[in-house]
Design a binder for this molecule. Structure first.
Ligand code: OAD
Ligand code: ZN
Length: 246
């Protein structure tokens, strides 16, 4: 089923760049976006323009975030996160590129500076005007006191989770680093992503074009299976767990 071949590719590679999506965190209790029962089957995403334009949208966005807060707080790194952290400690992975916003790669042992977050992070908030960061507790306290999403205490612009919404500009530094990593690696492993959201989905293709081998681990077909050197259509924890002995 490809696991043995993956082991050989990992052993041979000197620079491995993992690229993760929501599928690596489902075993941690965090739903993905596009599976049956995924987040986008329950809620329509709120685009950035709407968040800016409408107080209703901001209130709704924060209500959803508070509703899922206990899930994020309870989540611990899974077998996939732990296996990647072990390869990182072994010096095989210079940095990880992720579309995830759950902070679990950092929790598994990656230094903050070695997690390239393409879609930001939902464990804290940021003012969309001046960029000041806020704890979620600060936001929640004010939301509960007033019934509405608070604005920035300094510049009075809206405060949003530090994530990238549809229609919002991509973080430049993260894009630059992901581009560099895709170009430098000799093995690029896309894990738990449907690979439909661009520009993030451009990185596997970019790595392949720069001469890396491309492995895709996902339990459903993805948009880029046809260009991969190896596709493992199987559970991520079951596939990567054996690399750390579980
Ligand atoms: P998706 O929900 O699109 O894809 C997750 C993939 O992981 C699906 O193909 C699942 O079948 C697979 N999967 C889930 N659990 C798995 C498991 N245990 N083992 C193997 N495969 C599993 O999530 P992403 O590709 O991460 O962006 O979504 C990309 C972006 O779309 C997200 O970053 C988010 C979303 O809109 C923004 O919010 C900007
Ligand atoms: Zn501000």
């Amino acid at each position: 089923n490809g696991v043995e071949q993956l082991g050989e590719m990992i052993a041979r590679a000197s620079v491995i760049v993992p690229f993760t999506g929501a599928g690596i965190s489902t075993e941690c209790g965090i739903p993905d976006f596009r599976s049956p029962g995924g987040l986008w089957s329950r809620n329509r995403p709120i685009p950035f323009d709407e968040f800016i334009a409408s107080r209703e949208a901001r209130d709704e966005s924060w209500r959803r975030r508070f509703a899922i807060d206990a899930t994020f707080k309870a989540a611990a790194p899974g077998r996939g996160h732990r296996a990647l952290a072990a390869l990182y400690r072994a010096g095989k992975i210079p940095a990880i590129v992720t579309q995830n916003i759950d902070n679990l790669h950092q929790a598994s042992g990656f230094a903050d500076d070695h997690v390239v977050e393409l879609h930001g992070n939902t464990t804290y908030a940021r003012c969309i005007g001046c960029g000041l960061t806020y704890d979620l507790g600060w936001v929640r306290q004010r939301f509960e006191a007033s019934g509405h999403a608070p604005d920035c205490a300094t510049c009075h612009e809206p405060v949003k989770t530090a994530t990238i919404s549809f229609g919002q500009a991509m973080p430049e530094e993260a894009m630059r680093r992901a581009t560099e990593l895709a170009a430098q690696c000799d093995l690029f492993i896309a894990i738990g992503s449907s690979l439909v959201v661009w520009p993030a989905a451009g990185f596997p293709l970019m790595a392949k074009r720069s001469g890396a081998q491309l492995v895709i681990i996902n339990n459903e077909p993805t948009e880029q299976d046809d260009i991969a050197d190896l596709v493992i259509r199987h559970d991520i924890g079951d596939t990567l767990g054996p690399f750390v002995g579980n």
